[in-house]
Ligand binder design. Sequence first.
Ligand SMILES: Cc1cc2nc3c(=O)[nH]c(=O)nc-3n(C[C@H](O)[C@H](O)[C@H](O)COP(=O)(O)OP(=O)(O)OC[C@H]3O[C@@H](n4cnc5c(N)ncnc54)[C@H](O)[C@@H]3O)c2cc1C
Length: 462
Amino acid sequence: MVTRGAWTNWAGTYSCNPIAIEHPENEAEIVEIVRSARAAGEHVKVAGSGHSFTDIACTDGRLLKLDRYNKLLSVDAATRTATVQSGITILQLSDALARFGLALENMGDIAYQTISGAISTATHGTGERFRNIPSQVTALTVVTAAGEVLACSEQDDVETFKAAQVGLGALGVISTVTLRCVPAFNIRSVQEPRRLEDLLERFDELSADNDHFEFFWFPHTEWAQAITSSRTQEPIAGKGRSGVATYVNDILLENHAFGLIQRTARVNRTWIPRLARLTARTTSRREINDKSYRVFANERLVRFAEMQYALPRERLLPAFRDVRSMIERTGMLVSFPVEVRTVAADDIPLSPAYGRATGHIAVHVFHRFEYEPYFREVEAIMKGHEGRPHWGKLHFQDAGSLRSRYPLWDRFLTVRDRLDPDGLFSNGYVDRVLGKPSGGAVHSSGWQQSRTSRSRRPSKAG
Ligand SMILES: Cc1cc2nc3c(=O)[nH]c(=O)nc-3n(C[C@H](O)[C@H](O)[C@H](O)COP(=O)(O)OP(=O)(O)OC[C@H]3O[C@@H](n4cnc5c(N)ncnc54)[C@H](O)[C@@H]3O)c2cc1C
């Protein structure tokens, strides 16, 4: 199936006008699209669920939507691995795995992403003993620029495999993905408002003692919402997340009350500190016991723009304190919380957690507010702490500043030059953060930043 029209990402920060939007149903169709685009001199790009905040999924060529290429293909009970078509969303995958008594080891805080979108940008959850989602991948197939299906895994063609585990969509179309799963488990999660200073003092202990720990600090207040979760194989008693009452509490009240506060902040920015105190006060203690993926996956009804940096774990709290001081020093008005998480080190060349235990700091701005002044200040702090940006979240870096942050950078580029020498899978974002491939026959680009985020430039961040 082929459709036409503009494509916009979830946050509304970027849009593009592809030549065509294709919905292939099998691998042979993907191969055919790649071959004919190549013959016509057009770019190719896959858009997952469009949940990246950057222009990473934009194209002036053919856009592939894999919403008809999203099936669970097989489950190997002996090795606890599952092979899927790459367009499956994490929610669809989790539902399918549950029928086999399996689950993903860890997830981010939503489940709308496609598995291939999540791995292409190194999507992760929280928990210092758990690695990111691409680390759970054991094998992949990729349709390359030559229109060939290349298989790679932890054992075969390891160099390509490690590059494709976090490939930024720059190596080809990921076709199938094999994931290492774990026996299905339940989670008991407690969300509660806590004094920020107390959390900072006890952060190391809380992170070490709990499977999953994170907090959201409300700027202009001394309060944060802490989320502490533990894993269990035991059946769980108590409140799940699926009932109507839970929906009302979790989603309607929390998201809508928060949305109302953001819209009120729009009327008069100077109200933000008072509204932040109100937000901190309206969050309450809550305990959820449910299947893992139902606890990890949240609804996000209030749209926002986000930047996130991965830092060496020991730099996490100093960097957080610097962000807090910067907000106080500059008088910036920030209406969205700052999120702090941890993740284990991995060995994937372009993973922001490559080679180091990692802490993440994420800053957010309501989608109707200008993000750039705030995000640039935060980015300057993160650079000083050896930060690496999340590939799917907004940042202002390019290949020149990123290269020294990744010890295996050049090895990744060697794989890219081999698989896509002429930049068939390039776009503005990929060219900016990686540079052009060696063949360099890259066409002009047609993506643009959405007017909604480009036109407002107030002097203070929201
Ligand atoms: C509300 C919200 C919450 C989020 N929470 C988290 C979180 O908790 N943790 C975290 O780390 N991130 C989080 N993110 C970021 C998000 O996980 C990533 O941006 C992820 O890449 C989005 O997946 P997607 O399917 O929407 O991919 P897209 O954003 O559509 O695409 C991302 C990249 O993957 C490429 N791609 C997709 N499919 C293929 C394929 N088959 N072959 C080749 N390339 C492909 C695209 O071309 C693009 O380069 C969040 C984002 C939002 C909006």
